[in-house]
Design a protein around this ligand. Structure first.
Ligand SMILES: *Cc1c(COP(=O)(O)O)cnc(C)c1O
Ligand SMILES: [Zn+2]
Length: 500
């Protein structure tokens, strides 16, 4: 809709102006720092940072009902910078000028209801939020949209040139980071650190195609992450991991969208999310908290964090019920089909600890739970979901398996509705699906396909036929008929078709 056609009272809010100031705050010493320094950790104590906004002027006084109207009308506005995560501009990074915003089609992903068959198998009604439909096929694009919009703005403002973005990745961060960096070609170049053989070929092809320098490292993600951290502390680079708080901001839009897509009624919703480096769950918790504080929602949804028992440090931390006795211990990871979450020492753990406390206080009750599941449960759940019309990757499977587990453990019950984060597209992780369907899983994964799910192509062989079509050498004349008739008969036999 054209701006002049919106109700008059809402018009002035639809296209926002930058306002207020943003700053980093350290979760350790509570020190505050200027955003124009590129910081990933606290310069005084080394603690982890979060970004906050100090508003000025009238934006401060907007009521929850007005915010809801602003977002609902903005949905109808055809204005590129506000089409993605920045529909929620004021809650993400309201200091970035609109002309610096990068939009590659991310966010506002479909929330797809499970059919009755899948609902029956799982136990309660639920939706999958299909994050695989983002431009690089995972939710990481949300955080890249905010981080790269910020660096784009800062580069213009301070006349910085030739920036190198860098990240350690289990595959999807590098795909997203390389894609958004490529859009800013001329200003940015990108380099990505990947653990050798712990990234699918599909994921590896993404940063290569975007023109990034791809560095294959020995070890697992945690090893790459330490090197990326060291590089970002010692050299002039822009770190694109979720340790960089600009990433977290964009990923909060996942929570904002769920609120908006359910008309801001989320009290009966259960958000299920796989946890790896814990940036995503940080963003989801912070997102819902922001909307609660602004009275956009009146109650907080339940949150279930899911980890594979091959990489479950966060789950283990919360096994201890008494907060004063909890102790975080990194774990040594084992190979996992949820490879993007195969992380033993999550960078955002201090953020999670802080936010879980704040979230529970704001909710007035325990609203966040963690479950651990087996590799087998992840694969079975993914295959079942996709056989019922979804396109979930292994991590989407992890969400489904986690929801099933939460129901079994009594953490979720009748009357509640699941919203499960399907974090990436199935095709990124198709080798795992293929190993399942072909029954070829290496033993360390501890996955045995259910026999009824086996599925391999059937080769059509036409033994009686002298001539077969080949590429560039089509059949002609009566050979075409012979081939069509023989193939039809053979396929009808295999499919057991009845003659009409
Ligand atoms: C990154 C990623 C995760 C884990 O998210 P964190 O923010 O690292 O906890 C889960 N699934 C997919 C597909 C990912 O790419
Ligand atoms: Zn500090």
């Amino acid at each position: 809709m054209n701006l002049n056609e919106f109700p008059e009272d809402i018009r002035k809010y639809l296209v926002p102006e930058p306002s207020g100031t943003m700053f980093y705050r350290c979760l350790g010493c509570r020190g505050e720092f200027d955003i124009e320094r590129l910081l990933y950790t606290c310069p005084s104590c080394g603690g982890i940072l979060m970004l906050y906004h100090r508003s000025t002027g009238e934006k401060k006084d907007i009521e929850g009902t007005l915010w809801r109207r602003i977002f609902d009308y903005r949905r109808m506005l055809n204005f590129n910078p506000l089409k993605g995560i920045f529909r929620y501009y004021e809650f993400i990074a309201p200091i970035i000028p609109l002309e610096s915003i990068i939009y590659l089609g991310e966010a506002h992903t479909p929330i797809v209801m499970a059919n009755k068959n899948l609902e029956r198998l799982v136990g309660l009604p639920f939706y999958l939020k299909n994050e695989g439909l983002n431009p690089s096929l995972s939710f990481k694009d949300r955080g890249m949209a905010s981080a790269l919009s910020f660096i784009n703005y800062l580069a213009k403002k301070k006349n910085i040139k030739d920036i190198l973005t860098i990240c350690a990745s289990t595959g999807d961060t590098s795909a997203a980071g390389a894609l958004y960096s490529a859009y800013l070609t001329g200003l940015l170049k990108s380099a990505v650190l990947l653990p050798k053989r712990r990234v699918t070929l599909q994921q590896l092809s993404q940063p290569l195609g975007s023109g990034a320098t791809v560095l294959e490292m020995p070890g697992v993600f945690d090893d790459c992450m330490r090197v990326a951290e060291e590089l970002s502390e010692e050299y002039e680079v822009f770190l694109l991991n979720s340790k960089n708080s600009w990433r977290i901001l964009g990923q909060e839009s996942f929570a904002f969208e769920i609120a908006q897509d359910f008309d801001y009624q989320v009290a009966d919703k259960v958000i299920v999310v796989p946890v790896g480096n814990a940036g995503n769950i940080t963003a989801i918790l912070n997102g819902f908290l922001k909307f609660l504080k602004a009275n956009i929602i009146s109650r907080l949804p339940k949150i279930i964090g899911v980890q594979s028992d091959h990489a479950d440090p966060v789950y283990r931390y919360y096994l201890e019920d008494d907060p004063s006795r909890r102790q975080f211990k990194p774990v040594d990871v084992k190979p996992s089909v949820a490879q993007a979450a195969m992380i033993g020492n999550p960078v955002s753990m201090p953020r999670v600890i802080d936010l879980v406390r704040e979230y529970s206080q704001a909710a007035g009750q325990k609203r966040i739970f963690f479950v651990a599941i087996t590799e087998q449960e992840i694969m079975d759940a993914m295959i079942v979901a996709n056989k019922n019309g979804h396109t979930a990757c292994t991590h989407g499977g992890e969400s489904v398996a986690g929801f099933i587990k939460a129901i079994k453990e009594g953490l979720v019950s009748k009357g509640e509705i699941g919203i499960l984060d399907a974090t990436a597209h199935v095709l990124k992780f198709s080798p795992f699906q293929q190993m399942y369907l072909d029954d070829r899983f290496p033993p360390e994964f501890e996955v045995r396909p259910r026999r009824e799910f086996k599925n391999t192509p059937i080769k059509i062989e036409l033994k009686g036929l002298r001539k077969l079509p080949k590429t560039g050498r089509p059949l002609r004349g009566k050979d075409v008929d012979l081939f069509t008739k023989a193939s039809t008969a053979e396929i009808a036999r295999i499919l057991n078709l009845k003659k009409r």
